[in-house]
Design a binder for this molecule. Sequence first.
Ligand SMILES: [Mg+2]
Length: 180
Amino acid sequence: MFLKRFFPTYIFESVQTIPYETLEKEGIKAIIFDMDNTLVDYKYEYVDEIKVWLAEMNKKGIKFCILSNTPRKSKAKLIAEDLGMKYIVNASKPWSKGFKKAIDILRINKDHVAIVGDQIFTDIWGGNRFGIKTILVKPVNKREIIVTRVRRPLERYVLRKYYENSENGLKIENNEEGEN
Ligand SMILES: [Mg+2]
């Protein structure tokens, strides 16, 4: 089915609500993070719970890296350093180049990597194309750049189809669709 390429492996409310058990079950040892609206809001701020969650996962041996389409290197550097991870900007998601770079940085086999992001047509499609697990989270804030806003109705359409197909063996941990 054409739309399946846009379906995430899992959907969660936020980064900090992703349970370790899910990562463990999937053999995930490293996470590639989208930055904008996934880790941080439009002011480049993040909630404390993110840091707590990262520290917990870190203790379990999970590694992290930021993969962002943003050209704003200085911002990404600041966030990445603060959260204790490496980063890649100008990533051109959904194309694979950045993903390849990320797994090189993480020194890990594709089979043990997941991407966590808020956008279906960059993060999720990109992760699926590259052949890693994909986790969709709700965007941190509603204030988005125009191009993102235009994409949202399409994303809602994909998500509707995703939930319609949920009986067909798709894994959904959190089936609360909600409004973006
Ligand atoms: Mg994003």
